[in-house]
Design a binder for this molecule. Sequence first.
Ligand SMILES: O=C(O)CCC(=O)C(=O)O
Ligand SMILES: [Fe+2]
Length: 349
Amino acid sequence: MVSHVDVFEDRDTEDSTSSSGRSGPSADRGRVVRHLLTPDEAAGAFTLAKTCAEAYPNAHDEGFLADAPVLAHDLPSSVRRAANAARLDDRKHAFVVSGNTVEPWLEPTPAVWRDADTVASGPYGFLLVLYAALLGDPIGWGTQQDGRIVTDVLPVRGLEHSLVSASSERELGWHTEDAFSENRADHVGLFCLRDRGDIPTTLSCADPASLPQDVVRVLAQKRFTIHPDPSHSAPADSAHGREKVALLSGPGDAPVLRIDRDFTVADEDDPEAVRAMDALIEHLDGNTYEVVLGAGDVCFIDNRNVVHGRRPFRASFDGKDRWLKRVNVVTDLRRTRAERPTATSRVVG
Ligand SMILES: O=C(O)CCC(=O)C(=O)O
Ligand SMILES: [Fe+2]
């Protein structure tokens, strides 16, 4: 659960200690909407997910993904209402459903993502897709985690200092998820199955009104390139990262960000673009705040409104490490069709 100075709770709830948050220096930054399930609602949602896990082979199944928006009608009405309000709120940073069931006999955190797609962790993947279906349609990437739709975020030995989400000792720099692609998600769903103390996820947003207007003007022009991060096994001849893109779009009161701190470049021979990008980086660094996800929190980050990352931590690699299930959600599946092989496939690229 999230407790943050600017977290909006959508009904009267009591904070539990499963997670906490810290505010950044400005009070109006965090727009994290949290919905706390009652124990009965959590049990109902989990039972629905288990029923799905019995009826479909896995949460990546095209049949399940097609049916999910209808199956999601059986989620508790309170969460459906909250998700609908979040869907229509173009200023929110994240929507968190707290209080979800995580069974105490959850298997140990796997050593690598490849081993994480197990039957035991299955119902959680189903539940994540059901919640995702309240906001849009899940997609996966052919170039990431074998094209799985529900992927896994866990620390991997040997990748402690890498630039991907399997890192631990190194901060995961803030980023728009899959910023390099036009087919990137509108929401990134993270279901925390196991937390390990205080390991904050970071969020940051742009406020164009507080940036110099000449900087905003340059950021809105296609003068930047964004390369895929190494979580993607993109072919060497990939066209991604060659086209110039803008980093800021949309109206001033609902700006859309597109930037990855570690993989965005402005041409050296375009000093105006370099300066504008430096200003945006400084701005986003300054606006960064923390949200701690605890076990049972399902957090949908709005990938248009905010960038996100994760603070560094010391992993133990003993099966007790932090473990999240992740899903990418688009609000217009048709938008991604050119890079999906068939109408029913959810795998982009
Ligand atoms: O670990 C986190 O809190 C965020 C990870 C992340 O950015 C991702 O998986 O896309
Ligand atoms: Fe991410």
